[in-house]
Design a protein around this ligand. Structure first.
Ligand code: G16
Length: 543
């Protein structure tokens, strides 16, 4: 077998977004598209010669053939070994764990996360560093720069290898180890949580529904919840991963996980419900009759993590992305531990976790995780909740009510306006940014604007600066509007409007968030002139 050097030329638009490069599947399957980007990854990290990588993806359409291409390119670029999930499938947190467990030089993850999959939907590729976390901006910038000057890539002409068979093989001199996708991850979870206590809760009649949304978490959830923890068979629904996620939009939020929501709000709801996304790093948590917003979930997990064996010694600190509500900050203050506010994107938590400053991290976009890996981890969050429920022996509703009574409530919601023409969204953001200096002191909807800026972040560990991470409008009464354009969409622009209002209690803690936020929502529309610029008056998704 020979190494082929294929002439190519730069393809426009290969700029990684919030989490890797995401494009429509036909784009990724186009001539040289995947190959150019993979070569750029190898070039940007100083070559693949002699290195070991992890490879896996969420199993969406094109996952299998993309894996064979990446393996042939790794071999041709001189990699020593690649550890691959069986059938090239790994959840994102499981891939992060394997990178750390095997002390590899990083990993390539094939996923477009919560975006739909299929021949005409989305595909994605991202690189994770030796710490298991997503490549930081400096590295993704170097990859992008490389894509703009690439002239050739290297690929072996070896035939496909059988990724269904667990064990060792070689590809053009490179060692390939195919591992079970679930085993190591499940073993890690057993070290963090009180499995006997959770098992006893299930034996005692506790009921749960886990909606895997026909995505990668199905086998992980079935093994851990049903086989190891004794949850009733059928607890996991949509548990078989499908290349097109069965036509579902594998994004665990009230809009897309509507089946689960209907069951949890219905008369025969189980005690606890959860859902995860395409690649298993997101989670949504629902109690019987009560939806838990991701920001509140992070706060509750921070306040109760010590109940799980893996966190019994307490937390070093809690980090959240800037658009996430400040509910977790209140817990951090009460615990006397560090609190951090980062831009959107899990990659910004990496340094804080590596430095031991933060133990738990979370985002409003249904991501929660800890220092056990360097990705957010959907099933981990569900297991921590189960551990807390087993320890406290209370319902989710009771835990939430007690939490709000103690800390007050940060009413919170995100409104998404999807597939807006990019020029219109850009014009709206430019106008909003242009108005920032004039906003302080203005009164809107009976609230006075105290400050307005464009969030910039200086990493406390390496000093790197990230500018323009979202417009913030802060009101004197503590309410807040944040607006930014999504960095993960593949069609036009998605405007995200993040809305927050704090109620200290003891009264007014049980309003519907949309009602509690009504003046803040109206203020967001008038300040950004959303309808004028985009023609939109109502959001497509409300979380
Ligand atoms: C990714 C990132 C998250 C981010 C989310 C939404 O999640 O890893 O950190 O919060 O996208 O980003 P945006 O608002 O730019 O669309 P995932 O689950 O898609 O990898």
């Amino acid at each position: 077998m020979t190494v082929l050097t294929i002439a190519t030329q730069p393809i426009a638009g290969q700029k990684p977004g919030t989490s890797g490069l995401r494009k429509k599947t036909p784009v990724f399957m186009g001539p040289h598209y995947l190959q150019n980007f993979v070569q750029a990854i190898f070039d940007a990290i100083g070559g693949a010669q002699g290195k070991t990588f992890v490879l896996g993806g969420d199993g969406r359409y094109f996952n299998d053939s993309a894996a064979q291409i990446i393996l042939r390119m790794a071999a041709a670029n001189g990699a020593a070994r690649v550890i691959v999930g069986q059938n090239a499938v790994l959840s994102t947190p499981a891939a992060s764990h394997l990178i750390r467990l095997n002390k590899t030089d990083g990993g390539i993850i094939m996923s477009a996360s919560h975006n739909p999959g299929g021949p005409n939907e989305d595909f994605g590729v991202k690189f994770n560093m030796p710490n298991g976390g997503p490549a930081p901006e400096a590295v993704t910038e170097a990859m992008f720069a490389r894509t703009t000057e690439i002239t050739e890539y290297r690929i072996s002409d070896a035939p496909d290898i059988d990724l269904g068979r667990i064990g060792d093989t070689t590809l053009d001199g490179m060692a390939v180890t195919v591992v079970d996708s679930v085993t190591d991850y499940a073993a890690l979870m057993e070290t963090l949580f009180d499995f006997p206590a959770i098992r006893a809760m299930f034996t005692g009649g506790f009921t749960m529904r886990f909606d895997a949304m026909c995505a990668v978490t199905g086998p992980y959830a079935t093994e851990i919840l049903e086989n190891r923890l004794g949850a009733a068979p059928g607890t996991v629904t949509h548990g078989t991963p499908l290349p097109d996620f069965g036509g579902m939009h594998p994004d665990p939020n009230p809009t897309w996980a509507h089946e689960l929501m209907a069951e949890m709000m219905g008369p025969n709801a189980p005690d606890f419900g959860a859902a995860s996304d395409g690649d298993g790093d997101r989670n949504m948590v629902v109690g019987r009759g009560v939806y838990v917003s991701p920001s509140d979930s992070l706060a509750v997990l921070a306040a109760n993590a010590h109940l799980a064996p893996g966190y019994a010694r307490g937390l070093a600190g809690v980090a959240r992305s800037m658009p996430t509500s400040a509910a977790a900050d209140r817990v951090a203050d009460a615990l006397g531990i560090g609190k951090y506010e980062t831009p959107t994107g899990w990659k910004f938590f990496g340094n804080l976790l590596d430095a031991g400053r933060a133990t738990l991290c979370g985002e409003e976009s249904f991501g929660t995780g800890s220092d056990h890996v360097r990705e957010k981890d959907g099933l981990w969050a569900v297991l921590l909740w189960l551990n807390i429920l087993a320890a406290r022996r209370q319902s989710v509703a009771a835990i939430m009510a007690e939490h709000f009574a103690k800390y007050g409530r940060n009413y919170y919601s995100r409104h998404d306006f999807e597939a807006i023409a990019t020029d219109k969204a850009d014009a709206m953001m430019a106008a909003l940014r242009g108005s920032l200096a004039t906003l302080p002191g203005q009164e809107v909807e009976g609230m006075t604007i105290a400050a307005a800026d464009d969030f910039a972040y200086t990493d406390p560990i390496d000093g790197s600066v990230s500018q323009k991470q979202g417009v913030r409008i802060l009101f004197a009464d503590g309410s807040r509007i944040v607006m930014r354009l999504s960095g993960t969409g593949t069609e036009g622009a998605t405007l995200r409007v993040y809305l927050e209002r704090y109620s200290p209690g003891p009264d007014g803690l049980d309003h519907d968030p949309q009602e509690a936020l009504a003046p803040v929502i109206r203020a967001a529309h008038s300040l950004a002139r959303i309808a004028e610029f985009t023609g939109r008056t109502t959001p497509d998704v409300i979380t």
